[in-house]
Design a protein around this ligand. Structure first.
Ligand code: HEM
Length: 115
């Protein structure tokens, strides 16, 4: 059901396309209000288009900490390593049923330390 939300073309433009820029301009995504117009709201206060932390009274109380931590973590990975796609890499986001549902052809990244 949560996955169906993410694939709903009435909610997301070209939902199956990898378009991380759809989440840009979302400075107030966690608070649901504040500066800038958010393209989405993960708190479910205004609308529910995506709910990685649940919604309502039992929403994850650690979401603020988690988002801060993840931003720091990803920023460090970008800062310390050079990222390139593996030769002949062809990402296919379609479902493949294994023990869990996985990507048919996941991204294979080559990383090397920045000099
Ligand atoms: C990326 C990281 C995280 C994700 C995706 C996540 C996601 C979730 C989800 C989906 C729920 C269930 C919400 C519901 O029942 O509607 C939840 C609950 C909860 N999370 Fe997180 N969480 C994350 C990190 C954290 C962190 C860092 C903490 C604490 C420091 C935390 C503490 C909790 C607690 C205590 C609950 C239970 C809330 C309740 O039942 O009232 N979570 N989380």
């Amino acid at each position: 059901m949560v996955a169906d939300m993410g694939w709903d073309p009435k909610v997301w433009e070209k939902p199956m396309e990898f378009k991380p820029e759809r989440f840009l301009n979302a400075a107030d995504a966690t608070s649901g209000h504040g500066g800038g117009e958010a393209l989405f709201d993960i708190t479910g206060r205004r609308e529910i288009k995506i709910m990685p932390f649940g919604a309502g009274r039992r929403i994850c109380p650690g979401s603020g900490l988690a988002l801060l931590h993840l931003e720091y973590f990803v920023a460090n990975l970008v800062w310390y390593f050079k990222w390139t796609a593996a030769d002949g890499d062809d990402v296919d986001l379609s479902d493949k049923q294994e023990f869990t549902v996985v990507m048919k052809n996941p991204l294979q990244a080559c990383i090397s330390a920045r000099g």
